[in-house]
Design a protein around this ligand. Sequence first.
Ligand SMILES: [Zn+2]
Length: 460
Amino acid sequence: MTRAWLLLCLSLPLVGQPKIDWDSQKAEILRHYRNLIQIDTRAGNETKAVEYIRRVLETDGVPTRTFAKDPARANLVARITGNGSKRPLLILAHTDVVGVETGKWPVDPFGAVLKDGYVWGRGSVDDKPVLAANLVTVLLLKRNRVALDRDVIFLAESGEEADTMGVGINFMVSEHYREIDAEYSLTEGGGAEIEDGKVVTMGIGTAEKIPARVRLVATGTSGHGSVPRLDNALIHLGAAVDKVGRWQTPMRLNDTTRTYFEKLAAIGTPEKAARYNALLNPQTADEAQRYLREHEPQAYSMLRTSVVPTMLKAGVGANVIPSEAEATLDIRALPDEDIAKFYAEMANVIDDPAVKIVPLAATRPPSPASRLDTEMYRVLEQVSRQIYAGVTVMPEMSTGASDKAQLRAKGQQSYGIGPASTRGDRIDFGAHSDVERLAEASLYPFVEFVWNAVTEIAAK
Ligand SMILES: [Zn+2]
């Protein structure tokens, strides 16, 4: 090779996935992650994190744009462009965190304190690991001049926890969708589980239930509390709440939940395997469901559109029969539920003309499940096995709702990912817990996971 050729080759961008020295990358990962936690981004302060991210990206020559419906709650977009032969990949994370009760924290909730191998702080789980991993991934794409087949779009969004003002994903989807239009998106809503010090399962969020809440409104004749009346609104409401609360709504599996229970059966104890397999067989499903209803309510909810009474409102005085009484039902529909038909079935169950079902305004659009047969899902499976040897990868349907709903409704195949934690940490120190923390040792493989997934799906 001549000297001229050699110089030419050296000046060309690197092709494919450069080798990252992850050990030497740790300090920078931890610094950004901790800095982001130390920025108090409770609702209304998201722009502070956006300013930090903008500074970091622009220092490395990555241009950014911000979009704000409320100047204190900006969203930031950065795009690393590819050759356009494939449609973009969107990596997003929310900057806002939920509130804190300071007295319950053993450390400063915004200190990002390093103690006992953990990083402690509000947002240390939800959602600053994803935010930091996405940020570092974009920096590394830029520094290593990775040649891409598709654009990689970075989005830091505000107002995920409660977007009552429509400042975050709703604003971006309705006003600036062109900026975040993508074939695939990756964000929070998945994660790996550690058992006996080893990562055993990796859950990829592929679907979520759709909030479809209603009020039940019972009406009757008002009057004096000394005179019993059969049309007392409270009696009718009480009976209706009892019926819907006990109603075993129809069970229906989809691709995600069927695969999920199959995988659980494959790795579980013989007892668990028998139970999950029973669920997959129509002859035995009923008894298996009954068990889950009592012992594994989360799994039970994944099988159906669920109806949960959450609020009651009636009465003005101990001696007054009110003419109206109402209950709120938190209904979470399966992704493919025909909700009008479901309400009609519920009316049959209640079977009382004195009780009306009044749907509440939708908080999320109906969103189909993301597919398990896409290139992106296969990459996530493969990368999970690369990073966590011997892991079982399974798709998961969240019983809650996330910003993936808005993206799926726009046609994106959107997947939930996250770092590894023990079941105990997830329950006691997870998202929205009184105290939040993440094992520092879980942070680095997660960043590597995101990097591998992004380069595998997007690099030339
Ligand atoms: Zn979150």
